[in-house]
Design a protein around this ligand. Structure first.
Ligand code: SF4
Length: 340
């Protein structure tokens, strides 16, 4: 039976839904692509990337056939690069299967696909009755039903999952899931929800008890970490520049960067000169702040002009004009755009 809650949300959606390219298709490849891009990205920013990916790789086979470097270059600026690497891995798996998997368990087993994304693809592309549970849905449910259990606790996750499944319109799972997510993004927003215009206002428990601003409840606060990075732009008179591919299990794995020294405090020009007393050193940028979700990066950017390539330095020498062919973290793209 469709609940009154579902009916109202769906009615609202039919009148107010945002026109987005991935809504106009039931192609699982396009839906999957949009969901991976939107995992940690706002719709407005994600849209341009979605269009770029669909234009470059119209089918999953074309994405699978591309190199990881091409995929990372196209992803440049979106952040959370593990999404791009998983997207590429999953594309190869799907291409090997011959078709996009059409059952929930198989979708969930793809790299980079969690329960939310699997439910979204299963319902949007295949009409399967799986309820989505993302930040928007947690917020709408916790407010409308005044659920005070922390959404990031084990108990909360169970409670909200059960509630979301109970409310799902099983005859129209795609419509219902898109409706509740859009409603959370447009009306029941994190700050400044539009309660006065909200079609659910008359029966909303948080509104009735003046608890809208306090809900949803979160148990843990994420700790913010500060890192001091000193990047060195090493160049020669022939416009050769030294770059290196990032490895290890850290941010920006697989992307390129300039030689880097990470330290507890930002390194001064004189300490770098002492460590490497050749060439001509200069400071390009001091104390540049770059904010990631859980990390604050404090960056000094130096230039070292060498008379010629030094083969004792680790990395790859490339032409300055070719730097655009390599995927760099957005931080370095910004620093480069300020001129050298
Ligand atoms: S009345 Fe306000 S808090 Fe309640 S569902 Fe509507 S927008 Fe959200």
């Amino acid at each position: 039976m469709t609940t009154d809650f579902a009916v109202k949300i769906e009615q609202w959606y039919k009148q107010h839904k945002r026109a987005l390219p991935w809504r106009e298709t039931s192609d699982p490849y396009c839906i999957w692509l949009s969901e991976i891009i939107l995992q940690q990205t706002r719709v407005e920013q994600g849209r341009a990337y979605y269009e770029r990916f669909v234009d470059t790789f119209p089918t999953v086979r074309e994405l699978a056939a591309a190199s990881e470097e091409t995929v990372l270059l196209l992803w440049q600026g979106l952040g959370y690069y593990s999404r791009a690497r998983n997207l590429h891995k999953a594309a190869r798996q799907i291409a090997a299967l011959g078709a996009f998997p059409s059952d929930y368990a198989a979708i969930l087993s793809l790299p980079g696909v969690g329960t939310y994304t699997a439910a979204a693809i299963a319902s949007f592309a295949f009409g399967l009755p799986y309820a989505v549970l993302d930040g928007n849905v947690f917020r709408v449910l916790s407010r409308y039903f005044k659920v005070e259990t922390p959404i990031d606790s084990t108990e909360g996750k169970k409670e909200f999952k059960a509630l979301a499944e109970e409310l799902l319109d099983k005859k129209h799972p795609s419509l219902y899931n898109q409706a509740i997510m859009d409603f959370g993004a447009v009306v029941c927003k994190p700050s400044g929800p539009e309660c006065v215009l909200c079609p659910l206002c008359g029966s909303c428990m948080a509104y009735a008890h003046n608890r809208v601003q306090q809900l949803p409840v979160k148990a843990k606060k994420m700790k913010q970490k500060t890192r001091c990075l000193s990047y060195v732009y090493v160049s020669t008179p022939k416009e050769e520049v030294l770059i290196k591919k990032r490895a290890g299990n850290d941010i920006w794995k697989g992307l390129y960067e300039f030689p880097l020294v990470e330290s507890d405090e930002g390194l001064s020009l004189s300490s770098l000169q002492q460590r490497f007393p050749v060439g001509k050193w200069s400071l390009l940028e001091h104390g540049f702040v770059h904010q990631l979700t859980h990390q604050r990066l404090l960056v000094n950017f130096y230039r070292l002009e060498l008379p010629k390539k030094d083969s004792s330095l680790q990395g790859v020498w490339v032409k300055k004009s070719e730097l655009q062919n390599y995927a760099f973290p957005q931080l370095l793209v910004k620093l480069l755009s300020r001129g050298l």
